[in-house]
Write a protein that binds this ligand. Structure first.
Ligand SMILES: [Zn+2]
Length: 353
């Protein structure tokens, strides 16, 4: 820890170092500083999870773009490498295409109170403050170009509850956008329901109009990987990173400027402590579910409806699909479920962040 602190402090100090000799050296130094910072930042961008897992060679892994660098506690204190929550390797059912099985962590965690998960690693533990000046020196000007935010405050703990708890439900639709997405949106609109769409990157890229329509209707987006490989947890760390981060970028591009993707859902629920860290470092909370309708297997409309009616508890997260094949049963079930949920006093919410 003590070695991290001076490093962190040296960065901002350099940039504003020589007020007097600014003429020549200033230019040189700030260029160097910019390069340095850019190198650090880009190095952290995707490999952050890896950095945290293995002992960091040098830099504090978290140091988000420039200004927030000085995190007194440093990542060392939060014991990042420890507590590898038992990898929830639970390969999906038979189907190769679409997820089926509930996520490894079976405990819904959301009985009523979606309380803070215990571990919540919080990469840069103490530093959510956006514009906090670092040390005694004034912030100075050479703010480095901000890359995609490293999401200082995003927890890597699995989300299995709604944002507001109580008698709310978060509906989630995976594997889209696809041919059925428009119908799902129509039914949701009919009942004033909001939902979260966990999208496959290339499909979002291929249908930006649908992504924009989802956003315009007030729904939210979630990253569901590039290729939907399964079992996801069995992939190498690098492959998982390549599935998680580029998919997010595709979804953001499809949605347009300002698009937010606050969650990542591993294909088949194949979460591990490591890929949860990757998602969190990219600004997304890993999102699981509490009710699996198994709608992808086309079990019949009554079975889909019953799975929710019997399995949902307040604050729960329901898994359905708007892609991956014929979703007519899903749409039909939704027509029954939405009025039922409303009659039961449920409000429609988003997952916790
Ligand atoms: Zn899926």
């Amino acid at each position: 820890m003590s070695s991290l602190h001076p490093v962190a402090r040296s960065l901002p100090a350099r940039s504003s170092h020589t007020p007097a000799a600014r003429n020549r050296r200033g230019a040189l130094r700030s260029a160097c500083a910019a390069l340095l910072v850019a190198a650090v930042v880009s190095g952290c961008g995707t490999a952050q999870g890896a950095l945290q897992a293995s002992t960091p060679p040098s830099a504090p892994p978290v140091a988000p773009p420039g200004t927030t660098a000085a995190s007194p506690g440093g990542p060392g204190t939060s014991g990042s490498p420890s507590a590898p929550a038992a990898p929830s390797t639970r390969p999906p059912g038979g189907s190769d295409a679409v997820p089926a099985t509930p996520p490894g962590a079976p405990a819904p965690s959301a009985t009523t109170a979606p309380g803070r998960p215990p571990e919540a690693p919080r990469p840069g533990s103490p530093q959510p403050a956006p514009g906090a000046p670092t040390a005694s020196t004034p912030p100075a000007q050479p703010a480095p170009p901000a890359p995609p935010p490293a999401a200082p405050g995003v927890s890597a703990a699995l989300v299995a509850s709604t944002a507001h708890g109580g008698r709310t439900v978060a509906l989630t639709f995976d594997d889209g956008p696809g041919p059925a997405t428009g119908q799902v949106l129509d039914v949701l609109a009919q009942y004033g329901a909001k939902a979260t769409f966990c999208q496959i990157g290339p499909q979002a890229a291929a249908n930006p109009a649908m992504v924009k329509r989802i956003l315009a209707a007030g729904h939210r987006l979630c990253d569901h990987s590039v290729h939907h490989p399964q079992p996801f947890a069995a992939l190498s760390h690098d492959r998982q990173v390549e599935e998680i981060v580029p998919a997010r970028d595709m979804i953001v591009r499809a949605g347009g400027a300002g698009t937010e993707v606050p969650w990542f859902r591993a294909p088949g629920g194949g979460f591990t402590a490591a890929n949860q860290q990757v998602a969190a470092a990219a600004g997304m909370r890993p999102l699981t579910w509490t009710v699996d309708t198994r709608d992808w297997s086309k079990p019949g409309v009554p079975a889909i409806v019953a799975s929710v009616q019997h399995g949902l508890r307040p604050g729960g997260v329901v898994l359905m699909h708007d892609g991956g094949g014929d979703r007519s049963q899903t749409v039909a079930a939704l027509r029954q479920l939405l009025p039922w949920l409303t009659a039961q006093g449920y409000g429609f919410d988003f997952p916790a962040v």
